[in-house]
Design a protein around this ligand. Structure first.
Ligand code: MLT
Length: 263
């Protein structure tokens, strides 16, 4: 299996990911928040590139069904229901809801490319489930790290390295890594016993601590809290098949009108 890591979305081209299994990582915090929301019962997360589009999703699907989540500069967006702290996405808040989410870096990779197969959301919280899924797909793999405002980020690289480390112990044979993937694996191997410290030393980790989100950093550094591998398909991230947002169906719970969601 060929495994390529891309440290930022801007270093990816469509050609580089065509035909690949893609895993998107924004360890602090979007991936971890998405995984938590879905594990706690959200029906789907719809990642969008701008906050106004999240509002549009809510208008189209109905405010009773949609929560607005996300951040700008790490802080909850004005008039949104939730910020980007995974700790906010408790089951009593998100159960049975669709979350329209806009964040600075983490939602971007979902909106920048055309994907011809389901994309996985990777984090420490669901590391083993992600590995299981990658092994099942058997396809060559590309990690898109969301990075930090266009720059390399230590924390996304650490998670990519953790997944590669576990893949190396799996049944997959003949793993071939690009230089970035080798670096990610080395970074993980040097920090495997100090994941939290490594997150705390990263630029974004320090910023989150300074903003009062130190508990989020601790939370996101935990391995295998959830046994789920959310997939991005048809514009939505979910654990099961994507909701049919264009066929005029209604959802069993609450009769959500889902016809013709076009943004
Ligand atoms: C992002 O998408 O840029 C991050 O998840 C920022 C954050 O920590 O909220």
């Amino acid at each position: 299996m060929r495994i390529d890591v891309y440290f930022t979305p801007d270093s990816v081209t469509q050609k580089k990911i065509d035909g690949r299994q893609v895993v998107v990582i924004d360890a602090l915090r979007a991936s971890s928040t998405i995984v938590t929301a879905l594990a706690n019962g959200a029906r789907a997360v719809i990642p969008v590139s701008e906050s106004a589009m999240a509002v549009e999703v809510r208008t189209k699907l109905g405010s009773e069904h949609v929560l607005l989540g996300g951040e700008q500069g790490g802080i909850k967006i004005e008039n949104f229901d939730l910020g980007n702290s995974p700790l906010e996405y408790k089951s009593e808040v998100v159960n049975d809801k669709i979350v329209a989410m806009s964040t600075t870096n983490g939602t971007r990779p979902f909106t920048m490319f055309r994907y011809n197969r389901a994309v996985r959301v990777g984090s420490f919280l669901n590391l083993s489930a992600t590995v299981k899924q990658i092994c099942a797909s058997g396809l060559d793999l590309a990690f898109i790290c969301s990075g930090n405002n266009g720059d390399f980020s230590l924390e996304d690289t650490l998670v990519a390295g953790g997944i590669i480390d576990k893949l190396a112990d799996s049944t997959i044979s003949e793993i071939e890594l690009n230089d970035s993937a080798k670096l990610a694996a080395l970074h993980f191997s040097a920090n495997r016993d100090r994941l939290l410290e490594s997150f705390q030393e990263s630029e974004h980790g320090k910023r989150l601590v300074s903003l009062g989100f130190s508990d989020d950093v601790t939370y996101c550094a935990r391995i295998d809290v959830f046994d789920i591998s959310p997939q991005f398909e048809d514009g939505q991230i979910s654990i099961s098949d994507p909701l049919d947002l264009s066929a005029g169906d209604t959802l069993p719970s609450g009769g959500l009108p889902i016809k013709g969601l076009e943004l």
